[in-house]
Design a binder for this molecule. Structure first.
Ligand code: DGL
Length: 270
């Protein structure tokens, strides 16, 4: 069965692309909830309802392993899904936060030892409003690492500017958002782009951040973590192509998706 890759819309394609590069023979099934995007300005109840609906669609289409390639869904819905929604059996849902925290703290998720000093003192997190409000990143970080200051910033407007392909507006917004965060944390040791759209403007973030700040690129980190997971859970491996589904209008989605994918794709409506 293909691995399901879910996002609120198009941003998850940045993760899908990295997964395709890392696992060229693996079958994937992408689903973008373009009819209800964006999730980043919705409350946690809404995000949970919409995410579970789409994840159920992917389960119904035969996926057993699903990657929530959406930080907002991973932050606001995943924990609740895992404790109270997921059916018994082999169906699994993984988020995109855990690999980032593993990478930052150099601690495996399965390592249940108490939090330790990992050498990380502070980290900047750029994300949507819902992700920042969920406080999921600082909460998960606290389970692993001691005395880490997490400074989050909601990059209002940036998802829209990226989807519109408006480079000038994206540049202005990234610079303003980075400056806002730097006023609170002048020299972040590390910075996380905690929104699947932001890798499209990673170079602008890189230029706006201090040179010494380590910038974590989520797609590559998630792809490596997925490859590692599949080596430990071979039952989810399957050779095949990628199928593309959307809840939105296929013509409009197909056109915009090229910006994220770099090539045309055959979109179908669910
Ligand atoms: N995919 C979302 C994320 O990574 C961004 C787009 C949205 O707000 O729906 O947070």
């Amino acid at each position: 069965m293909p691995i399901g890759v879910f996002d609120s819309g198009l941003g998850g394609l940045t993760i899908l692309r990295a997964l395709q590069n890392r696992l060229p023979n693996q079958a994937f099934m992408y689903l973008g909830d373009n009819a209800n995007t964006p999730y980043g300005t919705r409350d946690a109840y809404d995000v949970f309802d919409l995410t579970t609906k789409s994840v159920q669609t992917l389960f119904d289409k035969g996926c057993e392993l699903i990657i929530l390639a959406c930080n907002t869904a991973s932050a606001s819905a995943l924990h609740r899904m895992q404790v109270s929604w997921l059916p018994e059996g082999n169906n699994r849902v993984l988020g995109v936060f855990v690999p980032m925290i593993e990478n930052l703290t150099q601690r495996d998720w399965g390592d249940n030892a108490p939090p330790t000093h990992t050498g990380l003192e502070n980290v900047a997190v750029f994300a949507t409003q819902s992700t920042i409000e969920s406080a999921a990143f600082p909460r998960e970080m606290k389970f692993r690492a001691r005395d880490v200051e997490v400074v989050g910033h909601a990059c209002d407007g940036l998802v829209d500017a990226i989807e519109a392909g408006d480079e000038a507006e994206s540049t202005t917004l990234v610079q303003a958002h980075v400056n806002n965060l730097l006023a609170r944390l002048p020299n972040p040791q590390a910075a996380v782009l905690g929104c699947t759209h932001y890798p499209i403007v990673e170079d602008i973030f890189r230029a706006a951040l201090p040179e010494a700040t380590k910038l974590l690129s989520q797609p590559g980190i998630v792809a490596d973590a997925t490859a590692d997971y599949l080596d430990r859970h071979e039952r989810y491996k399957e050779t095949g192509i990628t199928q593309y589904f959307t809840t939105g209008e296929i013509d409009k989605v197909g056109k915009l998706a090229e910006l994220f994918l770099g090539h045309p794709a055959d979109w179908r409506k669910v």
